[in-house]
Design a protein around this ligand. Structure first.
Ligand SMILES: *Cc1c(COP(=O)(O)O)cnc(C)c1O
Length: 490
């Protein structure tokens, strides 16, 4: 395009008099940005031609690292392959051009897809029904805890304010409980990394609303005592919440609904494939067991004969919500991610989905066993889809988990999750996923051994890493102690 012409167009569009037209009005007919908050003069945008801008961003995008660039063993995040067919389906104009306020009659296909996904998730997890509305795992946890709170309030059981969370849990668990106005109580892990039932017993009582569990837990270990824990929790009148971020190794093999969980979320962007680097986008559908369906949030896609309708709950304009009516977003969630998940589930099918867990488990155990001579394995024995090392075995070199993670970047790998879970000082959490080949795993194992050797022979190389990335080692401590929180002009 002619740069000058294009520049003029931008100039025309950004003339002060035109500003009012470019701002959207909200549904009350007001401009969203109040007059006094609006810019009086045009922004000082850099003046340059289109080619320069395009090259700038194209070059930057080449600095990105994703699962299509190399091995990405980020534990707890399930960075699996995202098949292009999912992207193609989510990009179909009939889906991508939908407006969220479109009349039901013209969005039947989209609602059918949501309906199908909900039922596929119910079949996979053993839950009775799902809401697709929450837009992340953490959002699902909050929704699930709101459902649990509504359940107790509905029974006039108002004293239940405590949520029991294992010390190995993901940080979002206690955070969601706190945001929901509930009190967090920590239960300890045993030496073998599982919930300590003896520590749990005295914590249970009439003030407990729920117990949150992740299975396999964040150490990649299957929680063997779930039936007993579920019985203890139910006997005290509380509900069992399942953090389904680690559902991957259980797919098609066993179901949280059969283990005694009442409410759960799944991370569609982990277990059911969707690119999710950089903090988003996400989708955290919440499932409930039979009897709790009435607490699922609005809006809901419902079936009316052979048609689908969107039930918004109470009429927002004229009445207040009915008791315990839950709303966790204006619409039915991140639809594009739901489509990707449905495409993934349907393309694997009931038979092939059973292979995801065993392959992910085999890969994780292979890497763990191949590296435990050089890296400290705090909990031995078989793991599920992921495992945790506690830094290098040889602690005398002074090389930390952070150093190893940074050095991996030099060799073209994404780092594993580090310093989580908090149970070990030098935690390094590795999740290869089911997608990686033996060759890829062997290359990674070789590099990890090489770094362990470097830690002894040339520790400063590892401590100063990375050396060949666009940005080398940043001073985390300085940045944390003296944050510079302002925009700078060059
Ligand atoms: C990722 C994760 C979460 C939170 O999910 P988000 O989608 O990142 O909000 C919760 N629990 C565990 C175990 C996780 O791995």
């Amino acid at each position: 395009m002619n740069n000058k012409l294009y520049g003029n167009l931008i100039f025309e569009l950004s003339k002060p008099g035109r500003r009012a037209y470019s701002l959207p009005k909200n549904r009350f007919g007001h401009y969203d940005v109040p007059e006094e908050e609006r810019r009086a003069e045009d922004a000082a945008l850099p003046e340059c031609d289109e080619m320069t801008v395009v090259r700038h961003y194209t070059n930057h995008s080449g600095n990105n690292f994703g699962v299509l660039n190399g091995f990405y063993p980020l534990g707890s995040c399930t960075m699996k392959y995202n098949p292009p067919i999912n992207e193609e389906i989510a990009a179909l104009p009939a889906f991508s051009m939908l407006h969220p306020l479109q009349p039901d009659a013209s969005a039947q296909g989209a609602m059918e897809a949501e309906w199908e996904l909900r039922h596929a998730l119910s079949a996979i997890t053993g839950m009775s029904d799902f809401t697709l509305n929450p837009c992340a795992g953490a959002h699902g946890e909050l929704t699930g805890l709101m459902i649990i709170r509504a359940y107790h309030e509905d029974r006039d059981d108002m004293a239940r304010k405590k949520v029991i969370v294992p010390d190995s849990a993901h940080g979002t668990n206690p955070a969601s409980a706190a945001v929901c106005g509930l009190e967090v109580v920590e239960v300890k892990s045993t030496a073998d990394g599982r919930v300590d039932v003896e520590d749990l017993k005295p914590l249970l009582g009439p003030d407990v609303a729920a117990m949150m569990m992740t299975n396999p837990n964040t150490l990649g270990l299957f929680e063997n005592e779930i039936p007993e824990i579920a019985k203890l929790v139910h006997d005290c009148g509380a509900l069992m919440y399942y953090d389904g971020a680690n559902l991957n190794p259980l797919l098609g093999i066993c179901r949280p609904g059969d283990m005694g969980f009442d409410v759960m979320h799944v991370n569609l962007h982990k277990t059911f494939s969707t690119p999710h680097g950089g903090g988003g986008p996400g989708s955290g559908p919440v499932g409930v067991r039979k009897g709790l369906e009435k607490y699922l949030p609005y809006p809901r896609v419902e079936r009316d004969g052979d048609k689908f309708v969107l039930n918004h709950g109470h009429d927002a304009a004229s009445s207040s919500p009915t008791a315990h009516e839950i709303h966790v977003g204006a619409f039915t969630g991140n639809f594009g991610i739901q489509l990707r998940a449905l495409a993934y589930i349907l393309s694997l099918g009931k038979e092939n989905i059973k292979w995801v867990g065993p392959l992910a488990t085999l890969n994780a155990n292979y890497v763990k066993e191949s590296l435990k001579d050089a890296y400290e394995l705090p909990i031995s024995g078989p793991c599920k889809h992921e495992f945790v090392f506690n830094g290098l075995k040889d602690k005398s070199t002074g090389v930390t988990t952070l150093d190893v993670a940074k050095r991996l970047l030099d060799y073209g790998y994404h780092a594993p999750t580090i310093y989580f879970p908090l149970l070990f000082h030098e935690a390094m959490m590795i999740e290869p996923t089911e997608n990686e080949s033996l060759e890829t795993l062997n290359e990674f194992i070789d590099v990890m051994h090489k770094i362990a050797k470097e830690a002894v022979e040339e520790p400063d190389t590892v401590k100063g890493a990375p050396h060949n990335t666009p940005i080398t080692r940043v001073d985390d401590v300085l940045a944390a102690r003296h944050p510079v929180l302002r925009y700078t002009k060059e």
